[in-house]
Design a binder for this molecule. Structure first.
Ligand code: SF4
Length: 686
């Protein structure tokens, strides 16, 4: 189909609503009553002179070609064939409003290409584009002063309106802060946060302008444990919170909704938007994200995990009790009161059973849950008790004895719980585990298959969707990722990194597993180079084991080590990048970390990153005829490729990668990992 022509005409027809794209473009700009006025407005919106009589994307692509052939080279940047090739591919995806898997190696400059298309298209359609990054630290990487968005503003004279839509757990919860603040050494830090809140939080009645505040990044000095005490969590009920209108999370949401060009969020947040879209509309709330013109999934190979965790249900006895007791606040009939009381007792019984049948999994915060006959009986009893409340509510609501708004919220919660508990009816389709949430046992339920829902709610929409990553294909095919996400119709391309890894990278493989011996190796390397080492750990436990070893040896005190979790992550990255002779230990920075130059000259892979033995992977393994070959090995290789990719970020970078793994004793592992490394590196270890 030929590209549409005139976005303002569309706005006259269907108006602006908050949701998915639902409009059909006009094929003749003259049909718009506001055409001349609109044309004038649009010609000043783009970095080129827009001719409304010609297809927009052709003109945008011509300008983007000028950017890569002329404008950037004139500003001192090299012309990259890979970028031009990628621009051509994205033009096609935008024109046809298709999903595209854009696999481009390190150094191809893929971010710049998708940012240009996404922003121009956003202006044309008058709807922002969403850039979804794999996690919160990658969001910060994208918007950092030396990142690509800043580069566009500097060299292309194109100021992009970009706003961050962070996940809920990235915001301070005023209710939780209230509980922990107070004088005394432990709580002093929270008291200080409280005192430094914007004035409108403390004095809500005075006339003053509200502004966003309270993001995790605003409190870099808090470690992760402290943040857990004050950051939003899934058991906070914002809908009925009296502090809602002064809460940083609410104000930030209002702020990013008004973005004209880009909203940058995490995969998790995007998926939460997808899953909660209908329920929020039912509750009379706006969807988490406004209507948007295109989506880019940066590090798109990680989307399946985000989709699964967004579809996860978390249940806790105390949360259930606090929600249903709200029903007793009005003058209700005795039968409803009894149903509530009974359901609370059944919930208590069920969580006792859950506790009994939970077994800790080593190196994981998840406990395995045995679905014993006794436990299933407890689930059914609880489900029946919730059913009984729902039936009673139907009678009660006709009598108007309950606050209607409260009632709707309780009903939504009960419905969510029933959907979650219904998953037990088909245990083969369920992944479940328990975990400790600040002292409370939490039951976590996740449906195995997310692809049908993704297909229906995301990929069947007529909208450009870009997957960008250096690692999307397996054995030169995109079928694996397409199938796991439910993408049935897609375009794809693959371009390799332009860097000469033979020249720039040295590598070693070792079967060593002793923490002390590996720490010796790290120490010797530090003595040679002193700083610029990134140590990547497959789990928090393994990082703590190294830390314990390093802290117990005096020699390590000469070398500054930063540990993920000790402060807000983008602060740690900035210290690592800008500090002299600093080293960084991390668990989640296998992807996306972009530190060019000597600040990162050595990557140590502490252990081959095989997936943990937790219930999610246990379920995947159970379903596979060859669990090691189809689940463990591909996961490990993909993550390892990403980890190694942190080293060489520009054509001038050099450095080394040292990889530890007992599994190198297996020839196939050694060969597969060797194939990811320069031939000279593989030889060095034969
Ligand atoms: S609106 Fe939500 S996050 Fe904000 S204070 Fe209330 S419960 Fe906490």
């Amino acid at each position: 189909m030929e590209e549409f022509l005139f976005p303002l005409a569309k706005m006259t027809v269907s108006g602006y609503n908050d949701g998915w794209p639902d409009w059909q473009p006009f094929d003749n700009p003259a049909k718009s009553a506001r055409s001349m006025e609109a044309i004038t407005a649009l010609t000043t919106t783009y970095p080129f002179t827009f001719d409304p009589a010609a297809p927009f994307l052709d003109q945008a692509s011509d300008w983007i070609a000028d950017v890569f052939y002329d404008i950037l080279p004139e500003a001192g940047f090299e012309t990259r064939d890979e970028q031009i090739f990628m621009a051509f591919q994205l033009e096609r995806a935008y024109k046809e409003k298709k999903t595209i898997f854009a696999e481009a190696g390190v150094g191809t400059g893929k971010t710049l290409v998708y940012l240009l298309y996404a922003s121009l298209y956003a202006r044309y359609t008058r709807k922002p584009a969403v850039i979804a990054c794999a996690d919160e630290s990658l969001i910060e990487q994208l918007v950092k002063p030396e990142g690509d968005i800043a580069k566009i503003a500097r060299h292309l004279d194109l100021n992009i309106d970009v706003r961050l839509g962070k996940s809920q757990d990235q915001y301070l919860c005023l209710n939780k802060l209230e509980e922990v603040r107070g004088p005394g050494s432990e709580n002093e830090v929270f008291q200080n946060i409280y005192e430094e809140l914007p004035p409108f939080v403390h004095f809500p009645d005075t006339l003053q302008s509200f502004y966003p505040y309270g993001s995790r990044k605003d409190y870099p000095e808090l470690d992760d444990k402290q943040w857990d005490q004050v950051g939003w969590d899934v058991f906070q009920d914002c809908l009925i919170c009296p502090r809602r209108h002064r809460c940083g999370q609410t104000l930030s949401r209002d702020h990013y909704r008004k973005a004209t060009d880009l909203i940058v969020c995490s995969h998790d947040f995007y998926m939460e938007h997808v899953w909660t879209y209908e329920a929020r509309k039912r509750e009379g709330q706006l969807p988490l994200l406004p209507e948007h013109s295109s989506v880019v999934f940066d590090e798109g190979h990680l989307l399946e995990t985000a989709a699964q965790s967004a579809l996860t249900y978390k249940l806790k006895h105390s949360a259930f009790e606090s929600i249903v007791t709200r029903l007793l606040e009005g003058e209700v009939r005795e039968s409803l009161a009894l149903a509530v009381e009974n359901a609370i007792e059944r919930s208590d019984d069920l969580f006792e059973l859950i506790h009994r049948y939970s077994t800790p999994v080593p190196a994981s915060q998840r406990n395995e849950l045995e679905l014993s006959a006794e436990l299933m009986k407890g689930v059914n009893a609880f489900r029946a008790a919730v059913d009984a409340i729902e039936e009673e509510i139907v009678f009660e609501s006709g009598m108007f004895s309950l606050d209607e708004y409260q009632l709707r919220i309780v009903e939504e919660h009960l419905e969510m719980m029933q959907t979650a508990l219904a998953l037990f009816a088909n245990p083969r389709e369920l992944i479940c585990w328990t975990q400790d949430d600040q002292g409370d046992m939490t039951l976590v339920l996740m449906p195995k298959k997310v692809k049908e829902i993704l297909n229906e709610r995301v990929f069947s929409k007529k909208m450009p969707i870009i997957f960008s990553s250096a690692t999307l294909s397996a054995d030169e095919s995109f079928d694996y990722i397409a199938d796991s996400l439910g993408v049935s119709d897609y375009q794809s391309f693959s371009v390799a990194s332009p860097y000469d890894y033979e020249e720039s990278m040295k590598a070693s493989l070792s079967t060593e597993s002793s923490v002390a011996v590996k720490a010796d190796h790290v120490l010797r390397a530090l003595e040679r180079r002193e700083g610029g080492m990134l140590l990547l750990f497959p789990s928090r436990e393994s990082m703590e084991a190294f830390r314990f070893e390093a802290d117990s040896r005096l020699e390590f005190s000469d070398f500054p080590m930063l540990y993920e979790g000790d402060a807000e992550i983008s602060r740690l990255i900035s210290e690592f990048q800008n500090g002299k002779l600093v080293n960084l230990c991390a668990v989640t920075l296998w992807e996306g970390l972009d530190v060019p130059g000597d600040s990162l000259n050595h990557v140590v892979i502490w252990e081959l990153p095989f997936p943990p033995n937790d219930p999610v992977f246990a379920a995947k393994r159970r379903e596979s005829a060859d669990p090691f070959g189809e689940v463990d090995m591909p996961y490990m290789l993909l993550r390892l490729r990403q980890g190694i990719g942190r080293l060489i970020r520009t054509s001038g970078d050099t450095g080394r990668v040292d990889i530890f793994g007992e599994a190198f004793n297996q020839q196939d592992v050694r060969e597969r990992v060797g194939s990811l490394l320069p031939a000279s590196a593989a030889k060095e270890n034969k």
